[in-house]
Write a protein that binds this ligand. Structure first.
Ligand code: NAP
Length: 341
């Protein structure tokens, strides 16, 4: 396979760090790796896979000679530099929401819609973390049985809000056990008017609200799922909640498949044979997925598969995955691998 020059924008962040780890771990065919961040981190040394890398400030010239640029530094940075990177010859794989719903830009989960990469124009979007794990698990069901409806409630980890949110949970946990004042400055989102403690709490707000009463995170799940599945008529509704979990998003998902009379065993079999999915489902052994055990793993874990007692085509599932891996870094690296094969 041809060796490529890679840049990671946002290399010091929660996602960027994992992109570097995955590139090295998966023997991605790299000629060189350039780590980029803001001016603040320029000069920082990062050691990984026995190499020392020096972080550089992101400027337009950073992309000269780059073949693949992974972006995970926030939407405004992608808006500022992604087109510039493409102009200078790079393919951009963007982890932010900047271009996800732009019609001509593919939104890709390789297990689901790798075909969408054909004919891309330089920028490829990586979906939202909660969306990726859900569509990866639902794809084999949808493909075989059809899918009419999804109602999802998420239980999302603080690492989904970046490294500052992880620090906030740790600090608040210490403040709580020391009975000192709890300081909330980041969650539900840094730009929000009010901040609430996440330690020992559950916050039913991820990102800001729009006029419909849904949050942007919920709308991302709803709109991105339809785009990835190529099914604008699919009925999708989401409620997204932040929990005091460091890494690993969990989701309670209700689905209505395209036909009546499907059994739980059929779903088990479909999911057991699905790429990137592991079924952990045995109530007699208390076996079900949990974020603590999904952290650091590449797969999407599915359990608690039950038939809805009231709807002939309804099922409930519990879906868990590492939001920084399949939900972000791993999926981005898989997109790059797919482009190179
Ligand atoms: N966390 C997740 O689970 C997840 C999943 C999917 C997608 N995403 C998306 O990925 C993006 C990054 O998320 P994260 O969780 O990794 O955030 P993070 O931990 O806060 O990291 C942000 C990164 O962006 C860099 N950055 C900030 N300002 C910059 C600038 N002006 N120029 C260049 N780089 C700059 C930071 O560098 P400095 O060290 O210089 O500040 C840091 O490397 C966000 O858009 C997020 O929505 C996150």
């Amino acid at each position: 396979m041809k060796k490529v020059n890679v840049a990671i924008v946002g290399a010091t962040g929660a996602v960027g760090t994992k992109i570097l780890e995955k590139l090295l771990e998966r023997d991605f065919p790299v000629q060189s790796i350039k780590l980029l961040a803001s001016k603040r981190s320029a000069g920082t040394e990062i050691t990984a896979g026995g190499h020392n890398y020096i972080v550089e400030e992101t400027v337009p010239e950073s992309f000269d000679g780059i073949d693949i640029a992974f972006f995970s530094a926030g939407g405004s940075i992608s808006e500022k530099f992604a087109h510039e990177a493409v102009k200078r010859g790079a393919v951009v794989i963007d982890n932010t929401s900047a271009f996800r719903m732009t019609e001509q830009i593919p939104l890709v989960v390789p297990e689901v819609n790798a075909d969408a990469l054909n004919g891309h124009a330089g920028i490829i979007s990586n979906p939202n973390c909660s969306t990726i794990q859900m569509v990866t698990a639902l794809q084999p069901i949808r493909e075989k049985l059809g899918l009419n409806r999804i109602i999802v409630s998420t239980y999302q980890a603080v690492s989904g809000a970046g490294s500052e949110a992880i620090d906030e949970l740790e600090n608040q946990s210490n403040q709580f056990t020391k009975r000192s004042e709890i300081k909330a400055e980041i969650l539900p989102s840094a730009s929000a008017e009010r901040h609430y403690p996440i330690a020992f709490n559950a916050i039913p707000q991820i990102d800001s609200f729009d006029s419909s009463g849904y949050t942007l995170e919920e709308l991302k799940m709803m709109n991105e799922t339809k785009k990835i599945f190529g099914d604008p008529e699919l009925s999708v509704s989401a409620t997204c909640v932040r929990l005091p979990v460091v890494t690993g998003h969990s989701e309670s998902v209700y689905i209505e498949v395209g036909q009546d009379g499907v059994t739980v065993k059929e779903l088990h079999d479909l999911l057991t044979n699905a790429p990137g999915v592991v079924v952990q489902d045995d109530p007699s052994k208390q076996l079900y997925p949990m974020p603590l055990f999904a952290e650091g793993k590449d797969e999407v874990f599915v359990g608690r598969i039950r038939k809805d007692p009231e709807h002939p085509a309804g099922f409930h599932l519990w879906i868990v995955s590492d939001n920084l891996l399949k939900g972000a870094a791993l999926n981005s690296v898989q997109i790059a691998e797919t482009l190179l094969t």
